[in-house]
Ligand binder design. Structure first.
Ligand code: TXA
Ligand code: MG
Length: 338
């Protein structure tokens, strides 16, 4: 499709105007541009151009029944995409945009079925990254963008990860170095009552309840029905992922010894790297106690351990508080292969 993938470095805070215009031209011409958002890198196409959006599915190997988030740069663009904009939607947008919150609303006729995978709702967010906002403005259209990784793989959090997965499949990577947050946006369905979190992220239940009152957390069956993306394999490194309850260093040590005895190379993502460094056949990824920092490191660590050629990755669970809820959601999916 795109034999040559160009990589251009861009300043994350003050994106160079000529770089942005070049990227916007590609979007307007129906091409694919990967760009940084504050959560993870996105793989963008003109959201109103069905043929361009189809290329995203091909480039990622994404199942056609998994709808894509549309990114906007002005709240006014919401009116073009949504059938109607409730007072609730306005309040959420005012409080959390630009930022890591995606709203699912009834869609307007303008949004192609390719974007929504045939659903009657559309997912919209205004990303909090200057590069993303500049690109959307310069393109003059909303930009449909899933995470910029091959389907099933951990999301890309640096330009290098994106290039590793998508070189030869897309036109351009705007490389602004590592992202700020590291896990994908919170997806909140406000098309039904009560509002339901379909995917946890950096905007937490508590944050949302401060505006909305009660918010539901999507249960498993409901997620399958309402957020098709959740039924597919996700966030998977090549190695098998095994979760171990937090603060159980003896259990981690026991597993590492057992695997080593079986001649397997094992990675460990741990808050206590000092305990495991220097052990035969063990590759250590030191994770931060600070869960915001942990989130920034998580996908990169899964990729690095893969690159080190480990057969299995043992991960200590983290406390499910604040962004820890989103971290555990991704780790569980990585471990379950779902
Ligand atoms: O932070 C993010 O959200 C990143 C950046 C690039 O913005 N994007 C991202 O996109 O994570 P993706 O495609 O990897 O995940 C989008 C999720 C999927 O679980 C998908 O099923 C869900 O949002 N989704 C999209 N449209 C939906 C809709 N109309 N109804 C329910 N779920 C939807
Ligand atoms: Mg994704």
């Amino acid at each position: 499709m795109s034999p040559e993938t160009l990589v251009i470095e861009v300043d994350p805070l003050n994106p160079q105007r000529e770089v942005i215009s070049r990227a916007a031209e590609i979007i307007r011409a129906g091409g694919l541009v990967a760009f940084p958002t504050e959560t993870v890198y996105g793989l963008g196409a003109d959201a109103l151009n069905s043929r361009a959006v189809k290329k995203i599915f091909v480039a990622k190997g994404r199942p056609l029944d998994n709808p894509i988030i549309v990114h906007i740069a002005e709240s006014g663009q919401l009116k073009v995409l949504a059938d109607s904009v409730s007072a609730e939607a306005v309040a959420l947008a005012e409080r959390f945009w630009p930022g890591p919150l995606t709203l699912v609303l009834k869609k307007s006729a303008r949004v192609p079925d390719t974007v929504t995978a045939g659903q009657h709702t559309v997912a919209v967010r205004m990303p909090g990254s200057n590069v993303a906002l500049a690109l959307i403005r310069a393109s003059g259209v909303p930009i449909a963008a899933p995470s910029a990784n091959l389907s099933q793989r951990p999301s890309g959090t640096t330009g290098r990860h994106v290039f590793q997965d998508l070189a030869g499949r897309i036109d351009l990577v705007l490389d602004a170095g590592p992202v700020e947050i590291g896990v994908e946006s919170t997806v909140l369905d406000i098309s039904t009552q009560p509002p339901t979190i379909l995917r946890p992220g950096a905007v937490t239940v508590e944050d949302l309840e401060s505006i909305l009152g009660k918010v539901a957390l999507g249960g498993h069956a409901e997620l399958l029905k309402r957020s098709p993306g959740t039924r597919h394999r996700h966030y998977s490194p090549k190695a098998k992922v095994t979760l171990v309850a937090g603060k159980s260093q003896p259990e981690v040590a026991r597993l590492l010894e057992q695997r080593a005895a079986a001649g397997r190379k094992v990675g460990v993502m741990t808050l206590r790297p000092d305990l495991y460094r220097g052990k035969q056949g063990v590759v250590v990824a030191a994770m931060s106690q600070d869960l915001r920092e942990y989130a920034r490191q998580m996908f990169a660590s899964l990729r690095e351990l893969d690159e080190a050629g480990v057969d299995e990755i043992i991960v200590e669970e983290v406390e499910e508080k604040g962004i820890g809820v989103a971290i555990m959601d991704r780790l569980r999916r990585a471990a379950s292969g779902k």
